[in-house]
Design a binder for this molecule. Sequence first.
Ligand code: ZN
Length: 193
Amino acid sequence: MEIITHPHPTLKYKSRPVVRINAELKAIVAEMFELMYEAKGVGLAANQVNLPLRLFVANPSGVRGEGEDLVFINPVISKGTGNEVADEGCLSLPGIYGPVNRSKSIHVEAFGIDGSSISMDLDDFLARVVQHETDHLDGVMFTDRMVDHSLQVIQLEIEEFEIEYRSKVADGLVPGEDAVYAELAEWESKFCQ
Ligand code: ZN
């Protein structure tokens, strides 16, 4: 398992709800936490590790052992109130940051990795993290939510990722779209039906 970067097609893929929580899924979640902490992130969505599953992990402290290891399966956000613009980054666009407008407060419903129901009112930074990660599950990157003039500032850096990815596909170093989608369909048959 590794973190994929823009413009890998799975990052644009709308994840499917998870209907099965088993030992394999728990191992996947544990590995996602490993990768998130190694990369010094505060959240990691399943499609960022090339899995089409509607779940993400988060810890707003970004440090193992501090704060709480949070798992959100099939998250649904509601009651967004207030607005706030702040800089965001993403493990799938490492080194790139830009301002994104988000709700300041949200309500989120989800399932935990033990199958228990989660119902939380969140504010500020954790509300932002949950909105950013839930966007991933819908195939939305933070850059998709940036206004044009902010996006222009980082456009060349984003294009560098696109050029590198295209050359890897051309050289056969990463699978093409058809192979990626075939792999996603296999994961869906395991956990989403
Ligand atoms: Zn991200």
